[in-house]
Design a binder for this molecule. Structure first.
Ligand SMILES: NC(=O)c1ccc[n+]([C@@H]2O[C@H](COP(=O)([O-])OP(=O)(O)OC[C@H]3O[C@@H](n4cnc5c(N)ncnc54)[C@H](OP(=O)(O)O)[C@@H]3O)[C@@H](O)[C@H]2O)c1
Length: 314
């Protein structure tokens, strides 16, 4: 079937979830020592995931940095602009107009059951609004104590620079993993400005764990070219040298993927997603792994040879 004829697929962050399982997973993460919780007002309908996070952190608020995002959960009757994304063959609809931003933040605060958001991101830049105007309205939230720090997600180096001139940006959140290099200009700009980088899908949507060799029916990754049956098989073979390095170090491939990221920059935070407590413990342990320079060089060499089949997700 041609991709454009594909029936309207679910976006990955709008999938049905098992709340009890998700709450167990988040509790397991906090118990294992995770301190950074990443959500969005667009994860699930009507702030579903924010409310779930709120229930779990209710008695543990001081243990976590709570990060959430706005701009994709556009209210009925409001305009929005298209931001094309490769995954799921569709576009996202964004509205980050300054007049709406306080309302977004108040809704997220209520969903999260907290009186302050530690890190508040524009989820995607709004193609119809200069980013400094969006950030200007976000800055008022800091001034008024609703938000501690500002973040931007899915931005370019130029957008980061323009935004940072309006108000200091604490973090950018973009896709970054072994099979999805971060934009070099963005990384250089973040370093120059002292902005932290939060790496989304640090496990390549599961691929880098080595455990995804075929997809079940209904898996949203069917919509991503890198996960087509043919590309997935080719990519699995091409990443065999990486899995071999992990095994030699006594690490799982997921741990090597996360530890590798944490060694790319002093100010990187990886936010792996998982519903499985055993995976979460394994992932948290990766934060304590030190990789030797020789190992990093071997990984770099293996990655340089492992050309990925299929377009990136974005
Ligand atoms: N800003 C943005 O636009 C944006 C976009 C996408 C994602 N994000 C953020 O990034 C987070 C992570 O991204 P993601 O979940 O899409 O991708 P990911 O973290 O790269 O991969 C998640 C997948 O890996 C599996 N997994 C995790 N740890 C594992 C382990 N140790 N062993 C085996 N399998 C493992 C998970 O399955 P199990 O559940 O079975 O562990 C899940 O299928 C999201 O939760 C979200 O907060 C942000």
């Amino acid at each position: 079937m041609h991709p454009l004829e594909h029936p309207e697929p679910e976006l990955p962050f709008q999938r049905q979830v098992d709340d009890a399982r998700a709450e167990r997973a988040l509790r397991a993460a906090l118990d294992a020592g995770a301190t950074h919780v990443d959500t969005s007002d667009a994860y699930g309908a009507d702030g579903h995931n924010e409310r779930l996070v709120g229930r779990v952190i209710k008695d543990r608020r001081d243990e976590v940095v709570v990060a959430t995002k706005f701009g994709l959960a556009v209210q009925e009757g409001e305009e929005s602009r298209a931001f094309p994304v490769g995954y799921a063959f569709r576009e996202l609809r964004v509205n980050a107009e300054p007049r709406l931003i306080r309302g977004y933040a108040e809704r997220s605060l209520a969903n999260l059951g907290t009186d302050v958001i530690d890190l508040y991101y524009a989820h995607y830049p709004d193609p119809g609004v200069p980013i400094e105007e969006t950030v200007g309205a976000m800055a008022e939230l800091v001034r008024d104590g609703l938000v501690r720090r500002l973040g931007l997600s899915n931005v370019t180096a130029a957008q980061l620079r323009a935004a940072h001139a309006a108000h200091p940006v604490a973090a950018v959140q973009n896709e970054w993993s072994m099979w999805r290099p971060v934009d070099a200009d963005l990384l250089a700009t973040a370093r120059e400005l002292g902005v932290g980088i939060v790496a989304w899908s640090p496990l390549g949507s599961g691929f880098l764990t080595g455990g995804v060799t075929e997809l079940g029916a209904g898996d949203f990754r069917h919509n991503a070219p890198r996960f087509s049956a043919e590309n997935l098989a080719a990519n699995h073979d091409r990443y065999e040298p990486i899995r071999t390095i992990a095994a030699r170090l006594g690490l799982t491939p997921a741990q090597l993927a996360l530890a590798w990221l944490l060694h790319q920059d002093e100010h990187v935070v990886a936010i792996p997603g998982s519903r499985t407590p055993a995976h979460i413990e394994e992932n948290v342990a990766a934060a304590d792994v030190t990789l030797h320079q020789d190992t990093l060089a071997q990984v770099a060499e293996a990655l340089a040879k492992a050309e990925v089949a299929g377009a990136t997700l974005l």
